[in-house]
Design a protein. Structure first.
Ligand code: UDP
Ligand code: MG
Length: 210
């Protein structure tokens, strides 16, 4: 698909922060909409590197970093971690990886995240993959997935839904207004959802022609 972003693009402060040509796709959708599951399949079929903002934040907690306690508290409350923390983790992950195409899953979560990422990295997403799923379905998936996550309890889930509606949907609306959103009906079973996803990526990004 279209434009390969040249991240020799300078950030607004004039400094280049990502020093290789990279292509970025944002993967957005509510909690439990299947972002992580589908990203794993996209990696397998289309050779992207998957960067889950939530996973990077959880790894940061585990690493015993000085921000760990703050991040842990924010996640427990379903709140959005300050942009500079998440962006630094994403930037480092992009730098450390030789790949030139990345799925950024679960970020940006609000307009401030979006603006800050653009400003700091000079990168714009090639497109946004939006997993659209009913709240009822998302709730039942979160309550049954048993991944040992501290935020998969009904109280935190309700808070995450509220943050999603209030802060994250406007980001999707913004990209819709730019014609960049690829909407996927994510309420269906995994395999059916992936059929729709495949149609978005293939054939331009296929590892092997299909
Ligand atoms: N989070 C955040 N910023 C991000 C991504 C995640 O603050 O860019 C935090 C936020 O508290 C969120 C939690 O991490 O509720 C879990 O995010 P993840 O994407 O792993 O889960 P999802 O809610 O999409 O299932
Ligand atoms: Mg996830």
């Amino acid at each position: 698909m279209g434009i390969v972003l040249d991240s020799s693009n300078k950030g607004a402060n004039g400094s280049s922060t990502v020093d290789k040509k990279v292509k970025v796709v944002f993967v957005l959708g509510g909690p439990g909409s299947g972002k992580g599951t589908q990203c794993a399949k996209i990696v397998e079929h289309f050779g992207y590197t998957h960067l889950s903002a939530g996973d990077l934040l959880r790894a940061e907690i585990k690493s015993g970093s000085e921000n760990g306690t703050m991040i842990q508290n924010m996640i427990k409350e379903g709140k959005i971690v300050p942009s500079e923390v998440t962006i630094a983790l994403l930037q480092r992950a992009i730098h450390e990886n030789k790949n030139d195409k990345f799925l950024i899953d679960g970020f940006p979560r609000n307009e401030e995240n979006r603006e800050a990422f653009e400003h700091v990295t000079g990168l714009l997403p090639e497109f946004v993959l939006f997993f659209d799923c009913s709240e009822e379905e998302m709730e039942s998936r979160l309550l049954s997935r048993n991944q040992g996550r501290e935020d998969d309890n009904i109280d935190t889930i309700r808070k995450r839904f509220n943050v999603y509606m209030e802060s994250s949907l406007p980001v999707i609306e913004y990209y819709k207004s730019k014609g960049k959103v690829q909407r996927i009906d994510a309420s269906k079973p995994v395999g059916e959802v992936f059929e729709e996803v495949k149609a978005v990526f293939a054939p331009s990004d296929a590892k092997i022609a299909v």
